[in-house]
Design a protein around this ligand. Structure first.
Ligand code: NDP
Length: 293
């Protein structure tokens, strides 16, 4: 069984980012990312903190905007408008989920598609469906695809089953993998909570992707011998033996599944680091497009 180590593959992307960054710097440009955090959810804070840290490590301009949980929709849209107009900012990310009183779709619509490095604006989702390379694909699915490419895992003609149909992960990954080109040309099935007999459908998969949000939901009964398993899930579970009293697990029962599969991503250290790396890569690409380089 091979461990697909997202953390190591992310380093390959950061090396590419560093080369691109130097080219931009030589031409007098500095990529800039703004991350907007509303409220003080600890998990969201941790994600925003690691994005900010990575930006700084790469020498990028990083702006972290923290707003109280009771910010009005109008004021939040105003923050986005200002970032759209800010010449130093090439990427805008609004950390989701937003508090219930805010309209996430309206916020995403307000982001300039050229700065939508999270790839959630309808213009970018349309470009994803059209396979237009000038768009930005959402970071988690593009990170999953890049992991498969870098690990030398063939996708062309393979059966891919994705469990989860969110726009952020499952649906967008389906679009990427059913497209043409590297890490694609797959025959994709997307499963969800209404899918009947999920275990036997999953056992058809050469590549099984779990993006469900349920700790260790995918067991050995879902996995064909020799399959490749990508675990997108990040779930915090109680664990009295852990230092913090809790730990992170994926949507896959790693111990049971790793006995059957050929390759698997760990949690943590799998898809998570790839997501951040793709965000950095998208921001640098946005800067390049703006600079015309
Ligand atoms: P969502 O809650 O938006 O979507 C979950 C999907 O799983 C839905 O389509 C849902 O079906 C499906 N589902 C739920 N229960 C079942 C079930 N019993 N059987 C089959 N399908 C089911 O979650 P996200 O897509 O946003 O995230 C999924 C996971 O990935 C989470 O653990 C999240 O934390 C993690 N994540 C990790 C990232 C990373 O960087 N590694 C980034 C983003 C997310 P239905 O549509 O019918 O409700």
């Amino acid at each position: 069984m091979k461990l697909i180590e997202g953390k190591k593959i992310a380093e390959v992307i950061y090396k590419e980012c560093a080369v691109s960054f130097e080219e931009l710097k030589a031409a007098g440009h500095q990529p800039g990312l703004a991350v907007v955090l509303v409220g003080d959810d600890p998990a969201s804070k941790a994600y925003v903190g690691s994005k900010d840290r990575k930006c700084r490590e790469l020498g990028m301009h990083s702006v972290k905007i923290e707003k109280p949980a009771d910010i009005s929709q109008e004021d939040l849209l105003e923050v986005i408008k200002e970032l759209n107009a800010d010449e130093k900012i090439h990427g805008i990310l609004v950390q989701m989920p937003l508090p219930d009183h805010l309209n996430e779709d309206e916020v995403i619509l307000q982001i300039d598609p050229a700065k939508d490095v999270d790839g959630l604006h309808p213009t970018n989702l349309g470009k994803l469906a059209m396979e237009d390379p000038t768009g930005f694909a959402p970071c988690t699915p593009s990170g999953c695809q890049r992991m498969l490419i870098e690990s030398g895992i063939e996708t062309s003609g393979k059966n891919v089953v994705i469990v989860g149909r969110s726009l952020l992960v499952g649906k967008s990954l389906a679009l990427l993998m059913m497209g043409k080109g590297a890490g694609a040309n797959a025959t994709v099935t997307v499963a969800h909570s209404r899918t009947g007999d999920l275990p036997s459908l999953c056992r058809e998969a050469d590549i099984l992707v779990a993006a469900i949000g349920r700790p260790r939901f995918i067991g050995a009964e879902h996995v064909k011998e020799g399959a490749v398993v990508i675990d997108v899930g990040i779930n915090r579970i109680e664990d009295p033996t852990a230092k913090r009293g809790s730990r992170l697990v994926g949507d896959v029962d790693f111990e049971a599944v790793s006995e059957r599969c050929d390759a698997i991503t760990p949690v943590p250290g799998g898809v998570g680091p790839m997501t951040i790396a793709m965000l950095m890569a998208n921001t640098i690409r946005s800067c390049r497009m703006r600079a015309g380089i």
